[in-house]
Design a protein around this ligand. Structure first.
Ligand code: SME
Length: 151
């Protein structure tokens, strides 16, 4: 068991309990990720508006505001409807460099009723920062966020 992961997940579940606001819950989820995990330089949300992902609440440096579906790591995860794990962003064709310090990245789609409504994106300055354990963790976080939206 990974203690930081368990703490993050229980914190997120606590923060989201009883609250359904999409912006508030995204903001607190991004802040909880930022508080609990080492070795990350960006954590946040993009929300889908038609064929574009638009920046939502996040922690880290200011980021690209609009990413077309299908482009970059975020747009690829949104288009596929599945998590994209990138050990070295410089080796990912079409990677969009918002922060030059980023070296690895994981993007989990937010799927609500079979529809991708956005993505959860986490970046790290370390190569291969994210593996299967992080993928499982962030997929649980993303599922908790989506579940929190239901009134
Ligand atoms: N690197 C992402 C863009 C978003 S920033 O990392 C915050 C991408 O390639 O989609």
């Amino acid at each position: 068991m990974h203690i930081a992961h368990d703490d993050l997940l229980s914190d997120v579940l606590g923060l989201l309990t009883g609250e359904h606001d999409p912006i508030a819950n995204a903001a607190n989820t991004a802040a909880a990720i930022w508080q609990h995990l080492e070795g990350i330089n960006w954590a946040g949300f993009y929300f889908r508006q038609g064929e574009t992902l638009v920046l939502g609440p996040f922690q880290g440096k200011p980021a690209c505001v609009r990413i077309p579906i299908g482009q970059g790591v975020c747009g690829t995860a949104a288009a596929r409807g599945e998590t994209v794990l990138v050990a070295d962003v410089h080796a990912f064709p079409g990677h969009i460099a918002c922060d030059a310090a980023s070296n690895s990245e994981i993007v989990v789609p937010l799927v609500q009723g079979g529809v991708v409504i956005g993505v959860l994106d986490i970046d790290s300055p370390h190569l291969a920062r994210f593996g299967a354990a992080e993928q499982a963790l962030f997929e649980q976080v993303a599922a908790a966020y989506v579940a929190s939206l239901a009134a």
